[in-house]
Design a protein around this ligand. Structure first.
Ligand code: F3S
Length: 409
């Protein structure tokens, strides 16, 4: 891979050990993927933040970079941590976990990273545009950035994204190149999609159908037949697809890269989605018993979703012994607070958690045996034995509210 003189000198360690380590990792990645050069990125979004997923190894890695005085070279944000940084006791986090999580966040802060932890960094701080090169981790965020905004990022892992954040560069390969953004599968949608969970379940059906398309780029679907979608619904579609490895999708007439997808007439595979396909998933993932908790906000909820929940839960309250957690980010919570929505929701027993997410926060398994959500991605990951391993089911948000709330007399 071609390196400029300045990049060569960073690789030799002339600008400090932290940048040298970062450059050496980027060069390894670039050589592996046969990138021609490094390109500058406008921003980085860093994953690997929760102590639940990173453990002591993450602390050691960050301690190393901080000791070497590492600083990020571009605007960088963080994925969810394992807890609400202020109200961590409200969701039953113990002191040892909180202490370790604070250590991780302090290290990121020392490197100059914005520690507003969320997987929807496009809802605050970042302003993305078509063709912009960025280096992001977090599968749902990169899928939304690539697809909805037409920005360009590969799916970075926690090490490559930290290196890109420090160097302000990434190897020029994969989704940074137009030829790799061409759709390879076509999806004709013949069912009206009305809720966030409909889009999420569509992502599950399509993700399963095209699981055989090989990596590194996997399935790049183009959807035909979706006439209208709110941004948060496409965010849900992307998050579900991302859990099968998709990093870019197009929706005819809605997503911005029409000059790429309009030209394609031959596909590796095609399918048609009907109401029966969605119903099959809803049926399979219907809660078999009374859920102990509802979790909404995977990916983290935006203001529109908070407003919807506030409307759906009017005159209701969470039943005794049950929990209802809404995950969002500090920016959206601030907006909701200004509109009085946080107060209303809290009066009904709905807890609003920030800095974290339904997947990377630890649950008390004695207290929570059945979880209900409106997001396929949350369903996949909360159920995963390597994370919380708690049976999790899916319904549209209105049905989630009805399942856990009662009339407030
Ligand atoms: Fe975001 Fe966590 Fe879901 S990172 S996409 S809320 S699993």
């Amino acid at each position: 891979m071609y390196l400029t003189k300045d990049e060569e000198s960073s690789l030799e360690g002339d600008h400090g050990e932290a940048l040298q380590v970062a450059m050496s990792l980027l060069v390894d990645v670039g050589d592996f993927y046969k990138a021609d050069k490094l390109i500058s990125v406008d921003s980085a979004h860093i994953s690997g933040v929760s102590y639940l997923t990173g453990g002591d190894g993450l602390i050691d890695l960050l301690d190393f970079f901080v000791t070497k005085n590492a600083k990020v070279g571009v605007f960088s944000t963080l994925n969810p941590s394992g807890m609400d940084r202020i109200n961590w006791k409200s969701h039953f986090i113990d002191l040892e976990f909180a202490t370790k999580q604070y250590h991780i966040l302090r290290n990121f802060e020392a490197m100059g990273v914005s520690t507003t932890c969320s997987c929807t960094p496009y809802d605050f701080g970042h302003i993305l545009y078509k063709g912009q090169h960025i280096a992001w981790a977090e599968s749902s965020a990169i899928t939304f950035a690539n697809s909805f905004f037409g920005a360009r990022t590969n799916k970075e892992d926690s090490l490559s994204v930290l290196s890109a954040a420090i160097a302000g560069k990434t190897p020029n390969y994969g989704f940074h190149l137009t030829e790799n953004r061409i759709p390879n599968v076509k999806v004709s949608v013949e069912v009206p999609l009305t809720s966030y969970s409909d889009f999420s379940v569509l992502g599950e059906v399509v993700g399963k159908k095209f699981n055989h398309i090989p990596f590194p780029f996997g399935a790049i679907p183009v959807f035909d037949g979706i006439s209208h979608a709110r941004p948060h619904q496409l965010k849900g579609l992307g998050a579900a697809l991302a859990s099968f490895g998709t990093q870019l999708y197009h929706v005819k007439g809605i997503t911005p890269e029409n000059e790429i997808y309009d030209k394609v007439t031959r596909f590796d595979d095609e399918c048609t989605i009907t109401e029966d396909d969605l119903n099959e998933v809803y049926e399979e993932l219907r809660p078999p018993s009374d859920p102990d908790i509802v979790v909404i906000g995977c990916p983290n909820a935006n203001l529109e979703e908070i407003m919807e929940l506030e409307e759906l839960s009017r005159n209701l309250k969470v039943r005794d012994g049950k929990e209802f957690w809404l995950f969002t980010n500090r920016a959206q919570k601030g907006l909701a607070e200004g509109l009085g929505l946080v107060k209303s929701l809290e009066e009904r027993g709905i807890k609003i958690l920030v800095d974290t997410c339904p997947e990377v926060t630890p649950y008390d398994k004695n207290r929570f045996k059945t979880i209900l959500t409106n997001s396929i991605k949350a369903q996949h990951y909360i159920t995963a034995p390597s994370l919380n391993g708690i049976p999790t089911y899916i319904l549209p948000v209105k049905a989630c509210v009805d399942a856990i709330c009662e009339v407030n007399t």
